[in-house]
Design a protein around this ligand. Structure first.
Ligand SMILES: Cc1cc2nc3c(=O)[nH]c(=O)nc-3n(C[C@H](O)[C@H](O)[C@H](O)COP(=O)(O)OP(=O)(O)OC[C@H]3O[C@@H](n4cnc5c(N)ncnc54)[C@H](O)[C@@H]3O)c2cc1C
Length: 452
């Protein structure tokens, strides 16, 4: 086994085909990292060989490393990097079904199929996410009300089980394994191939409209109506104002539009993670004011998958992302409380909201009807304590924290938020009785901590 000095550089530079090396990997938020053995197999058959991991270590898969939390880390264990499982195997132009290996990125799918009039129906905000990662997190976009989560478009998947066998799961074939794998955070096995139904797209562009809304309650009400009426809807919430204006914001809606003459620019860069210094609250207030005023300007035509904008929009001093879904009835009051708690912890968050519809996902999917709130919080010494106070508030309001971005949720908070946890554990007890699959997230949430 090669011993590579611990570093956070692109793991692909360090690892060979199927050999194991030691490497430090980071979460996308760059506030968590772990040292482990990693290998980078280039064929599903080599993934089979990688299970079980050397030295009796536990194992987890990792795709594009785009999760903000510790889901793709396995401190002291082993990680299978799927980047070399990057082949697109077949495409049926009649049904739109693409069969591809799990390490294919969504950006690659877009670059290949957009010129032919197809795209992933659900877009989780980063083209660096892989097919396997989007399935294992059951990712969603700003069209959940219409399209559901990523898993709703997966026809079948093949995974290497913790016992090292190749197994296929679909809604009609091994349905429990299928449902546990959608959003199962890699704990049911290593996905090596999947069939994804792409959506036909008439245009790569959308007509975008903005509307400034003066209060939080009105903003959430309009967001709810807009999500039903438009293909895409989201809201930016101004957390830096005080008094009655607190929580005012800008509603953004977008619908397919005729293509302008310019060609869409497809993004090739690498998301660097939110590593910006913390800005003083006065600057944040000025930025918020400017953004709110700019919403009065007319909308325009934009590329439908505007990845490069994340670099600008995430340019707030954030290191930690908290994503949660809150029931519609209590979201206004809950959001105000979350802002108060964050401000008392001197962590004024950057906040956005999107609607989630009634589409159910996998056993551990975030999906539930309500409003999805994303808070980007600056890293601070008090952060764990602050995150636990925010968790209690979300729990009291019957909300749910997303696992894909989480690094702070407690085990009892998690158990209370995910009602299908026991069903998930039953599948794990069957498929992985020796508990070979583990991750930092699974250990923190005591996800495998049960009596078989
Ligand atoms: C800028 C930005 C915006 C984002 N916006 C959104 C958003 O709008 N909606 C949303 O849902 N998410 C969003 N995310 C989070 C991210 O897009 C999702 O978590 C994504 O699905 C992760 O894919 P990945 O390939 O990077 O997986 P990783 O981060 O590498 O892994 C995530 C989980 O999937 C598991 N996994 C990965 N590959 C496999 C495999 N082959 N087999 C089994 N398990 C596997 C890992 O074990 C881990 O538990 C965003 C992230 C960023 C950086």
């Amino acid at each position: 086994m090669n011993d590579v000095a611990l570093r956070d550089e692109d793991a692909g530079l360090a690892t060979g085909q199927g050999e194991w090396v030691r490497l430090r990997l980071w979460a996308a938020g760059r506030h968590a990292s772990a040292a482990q053995l990693v290998c980078r197999p280039d064929r599903p058959a080599r993934v089979v060989q990688a299970v079980p991991a050397p030295e009796g270590r536990s194992l987890i898969a990792r795709g594009g490393g785009q999760s903000h939390g510790d889901a793709g880390l396995n401190d002291g264990g082993a990680v299978v990097l799927t980047g070399r499982l990057d082949r697109m195997l077949s495409f049926d132009a009649a049904s739109g079904i693409l069969v591809a290996e799990a390490g294919v990125t969504l950006g690659d799918v877009l670059r290949t199929f957009l010129p032919r009039g197809w795209a992933p129906a659900v877009w989780p905000g980063t083209g660096l996410a892989t097919l396997g990662g989007a399935i294992a997190t059951d990712a969603h976009g700003d069209n959940h009300v219409h399209a559901g989560s990523f898993g709703a478009h997966v026809m079948w998947l093949e995974l290497v089980t913790p016992r090292g066998t190749l197994c296929r799961a679909a809604r009609e074939e091994a349905p429990e394994l299928f449902e546990a794998t959608l959003g199962g955070m890699g704990l049911t096995g290593i996905i090596v191939r999947a069939a994804l139904r792409l959506a036909p797209v008439s245009s790569a562009f959308v007509a975008v409209r903005h509307q400034a809304v003066g209060s939080l309650d009105a903003l959430l009400e309009r967001l709810s109506a807009a999500a039903a009426a438009h293909e895409h809807a989201s809201a930016w919430i101004d957390t830096a104002t005080s008094g009655l204006a607190r929580g005012r914001g800008v509603l953004q809606v977008a619908d397919p539009a005729e293509a302008p003459r310019r060609k869409p620019r497809l993004w090739h860069g690498k998301w660097p993670g939110p590593v910006f210094p913390r800005l003083p609250n006065t600057i944040l207030r000025l930025q918020g004011e400017r953004r709110y005023r700019r919403a009065a300007r007319p909308g325009g035509i934009a590329f439908r998958w505007p990845l490069e904008r994340f670099l600008l929009e995430a340019g707030r001093p954030s290191a930690v992302r908290l994503v949660c879904v809150l029931p519609l009835e209590s979201v206004g009051a809950a959001t105000r409380r979350l802002f108060d708690i964050a401000e008392r912890g001197s962590a004024l968050p950057s906040a956005t909201a999107r609607m989630m519809g009634t589409h159910a996902g996998g056993m551990l999917s975030l999906a539930r009807p309500g409003v999805e709130l994303t808070l980007d919080l600056p890293a601070a010494a008090t952060l764990p304590d602050l995150m636990h106070r925010l968790e209690r508030e979300i729990l009291d309001r019957e909300g749910r924290v997303a696992l894909a971005s989480d690094a702070y949720l407690t085990d009892h908070g998690f158990a209370a938020m995910y009602p299908r946890l026991e069903a998930f554990r039953t599948v794990l007890a069957h498929i992985d009785p020796d508990m070979r699959l583990q991750s930092d997230l699974a250990r923190r949430l005591r996800l495998r901590d049960y009596v078989v």
